[in-house]
Design a protein around this ligand. Structure first.
Ligand code: PGA
Length: 249
């Protein structure tokens, strides 16, 4: 079965009730390719607003969630709470969580385990920093991050991998299609070796890092690029163009 192209919009720490209402209106009016799965991820406090207002063929994701269902964890949000709001997805292990909030591979693995158990679908993010790429450590880093996730996954049906080179996130410095394809292919190879050929074939690998309306269709042509995780451009009208990038080919 061909892998369904998937495009996520990660709004990060951006938006207000008004600006998200406008953004949702744009999506609701836009003509979106029905062969593409679309997921938008507003900040926690706007999840309910967006879920209730956005068209039903667009899914909604949390940008994070904790590895426990409830308890004395001030400031955290549980996967179960996202489910309760009708949220289907969660982004875990984003490089900003890793870098700024010091989340470790192991914590991310625990979060993935808990989110899947709670019934959420997971976008598990991996990616190397510039100095790691320059030291030829890209696959070493990405495989280490993948292994920490894989340890907790027995069924890959609800997992999508997002390869996001840190040096490309929010920098305007997009990976070339060749650079993206090379790592995506390596990730698929890793899945084949460490998990199974079937999982390697079926699991979608999104690319993230400065994707915009201008570069999306070229990146989408690469064999192992099964979608995008979009930050900055997901807040703009061009997000619709990115969602349709695969269709234009
Ligand atoms: P960007 O962010 O598109 O703004 O580079 C991507 C991401 O962090 O998911």
């Amino acid at each position: 079965m061909p892998r369904k192209f998937i495009v996520g919009g990660n709004f990060k720490l951006n938006g207000s009730q008004d600006s998200l209402a406008t953004l949702v209106e744009g999506l609701n009016k836009g003509s979106l390719d029905s062969n593409v799965e679309i997921v938008v991820s507003p900040p926690f406090v706007y999840l309910d607003q967006v879920r209730k207002s956005v068209r039903k063929d667009v899914a909604v994701a949390g940008q994070n969630c904790y590895s426990k269902a409830s308890g004395a964890y001030t400031g955290e949000v549980a996967a179960e709470m996202l489910k309760d709001l009708g949220i289907e997805w969660v982004i875990l292990g984003h490089s900003e969580r890793r870098e700024i909030f010091k989340e470790t591979d192991d914590e991310i693995g625990q979060k993935v385990a808990h989110a899947l158990k709670a019934g959420l679908k997971v976008m598990a993010c991996v990616g190397e920093k510039l100095e790691e790429r320059e030291a030829d450590k890209t696959t070493e880093v990405v495989f280490r991050q993948l292994a920490a996730v894989a340890k907790h996954v027995s069924d890959w049906t609800n997992v999508v991998i997002a390869y996001e080179p840190v040096w490309a996130i929010g920098t305007g410095k997009v990976a070339t299609p060749q650079q993206a394809q090379e790592v995506h292919k390596a990730i698929r190879g890793w899945l084949k070796e460490k998990v199974s050929a079937q999982v390697a074939e079926a699991t979608r690998i999104m690319y993230g890092g400065s994707v915009n309306a201008g570069n999306a269709s070229t990146l989408a042509k690469e064999e192992d690029v099964d979608g995008f995780l979009v930050g900055g451009a997901s807040l703009k009208p061009e997000f619709v163009t990115i969602c349709n990038a695969k269709a234009k080919m």
